[in-house]
Design a protein around this ligand. Structure first.
Ligand code: SAM
Length: 395
């Protein structure tokens, strides 16, 4: 591919949205819903075609995207001097000025380039040298908040240079500054709710809510609130082709799509200290009037007054417990479902797959998902009305 100048009049272009393993199809569906044309669903990524407005919408609205990248140049390279010279085929003044700042991220899986940091250094040198040769000055490096973040991807001899439109991971929505010990990533929390199919049509409960990530993501889904409306940093805001009017239009349209949620959304946790963190996060998100919290042990709670609803939860995986204790804990979760939640459905994510099997109810769906590097399963349990008797018989 020849380098694509940013001033190119081509109205549509390809983007790559990155996500967690297991959420690729969910992300592809979200991309279609904002009008993007899915080209390929890959491992931890979806390639799609869109225009400038779609690039802005993708960053603001995709709940299961971690980053949006824009490929600008691909080439083959076997040696570092080729990496250097072919990076210089791009006219980098199309993308940045000498007073802008630069950072290079890299993902390298290649027999020819064994060290990703060294490959990134070559690309950085190629870019700054191009400026120095042309105007006698070079741009500075800023790894935290550069005005241009370039992503280098190398697979064997295939090299792709991409611009990072997000600039930083999109899970940083802006509402969670504090967290408990094992918070769920916001992108994964949103993915769980989307996978459950719940869209606000019945009550929602997370009985072990920790810092309230699932609850906040669920409320934003029910109310059609773009997940990143509160975020003020994106890579594309400092791109040379940034269109402020178009961005304002995207923000205004997202605001106009917000709806209400009639159904209760509530959470609980056994730890008062953790709930203080949850309260702060919910307040920061501006949802203090819409999410109810209570301190309590799930196993001692009275049955809810609602006859039906959806539970999405992420119980402890039991790293600090004996296997027999954590398996007994998961059995108690199943007992609580059977005794107090007939008519409800529950989605349970856990990295402790043997323990998850001890819930003791037949899972109607089992899905592999990754919480960072940890392989997890999301199980769906349906506590049909009238099955209470059968459930007791099983014990
Ligand atoms: C893995 S964390 C949940 C993290 C949460 N999804 C988040 O994003 O912050 C599990 C939570 O279960 C809570 N917990 C443990 N046992 C409980 C019980 N019996 N009843 C209610 N909550 C419990 C813990 O206090 C902890 O906050």
């Amino acid at each position: 591919m020849n380098p694509i100048p940013i001033s190119s009049k081509k109205t549509t272009f390809e983007l790559i949205a990155k996500t967690f393993h297991g959420l690729e199809e969910t992300l592809a569906q979200e991309i279609r819903e904002i009008g993007g044309k899915v080209i390929a669903v890959q491992t931890r990524a979806v390639r799609f075609e869109t225009d400038q407005k779609g690039l802005y919408r993708a960053n603001l609205e995709l709940r299961t995207a971690l980053r949006i990248l824009k490929p600008i140049h691909t080439f083959k390279a076997y040696k570092s001097n080729q990496l250097y010279s072919r990076t210089q085929l791009v006219d980098w003044s199309e993308y940045m000025d000498v007073d802008d700042t630069l950072a290079i991220d890299s993902v390298v899986s290649s027999r020819f380039f064994k060290h990703s940091k060294y490959a990134a250094l070559k690309v950085k040198d190629a870019i700054v040298d191009q400026f120095r040769e042309k105007i006698g000055k070079r741009p500075s490096i800023d790894t935290d908040a550069p005005t241009l973040r370039v992503h280098l991807y190398v697979k064997e001899q295939e090299v792709t240079l991409l611009l990072d439109a997000s600039g930083d991971s999109l899970h940083k929505r802006g509402y969670r500054l504090e967290s408990n010990e094992a918070p769920l990533n916001e992108v994964l929390a949103a993915g769980l709710v989307l996978l459950s199919g719940w869209r606000g049509e019945k009550p929602f409960f997370d009985p072990m809510c920790g810092s309230a990530t699932i609850l906040i993501e669920a409320l934003m889904i029910a109310r059609n609130i773009a997940p990143n409306l509160q975020r003020d940093y994106y890579g594309f805001l400092t791109w040379k082709d940034f269109d402020a009017n178009l961005w304002t239009e995207v923000l205004e349209e997202a605001e106009a799509r917000i709806v209400g949620c009639e159904q209760p959304i509530f959470g609980a946790d056994i730890s008062e200290e953790t709930l203080d963190i949850a309260i702060n996060n919910i307040e920061r998100a501006g949802f203090e009037d819409e999410i109810d919290l209570l301190v309590g042990d799930f196993f001692e709670q009275a049955a809810p007054i609602e006859e039906e609803g959806c539970i999405v939860m992420n119980p402890p995986y039991g790293e600090r417990l004996q296997p027999k204790d954590i398996e007994a804990f998961y059995k108690k979760i199943g007992d609580a479902f059977k005794q107090a939640y007939t008519g409800w459905e529950a989605w349970v994510l856990s990295g402790n797959i043997p323990a998850l099997k001890r819930v003791g109810l037949r899972a109607s769906r089992r899905m592999p998902l990754f919480n960072g590097p940890l392989e997890c399963r999301l199980y769906q349990f349906e506590m049909y009305k009238g099955s209470k008797k059968t459930a007791f018989k099983e014990e």
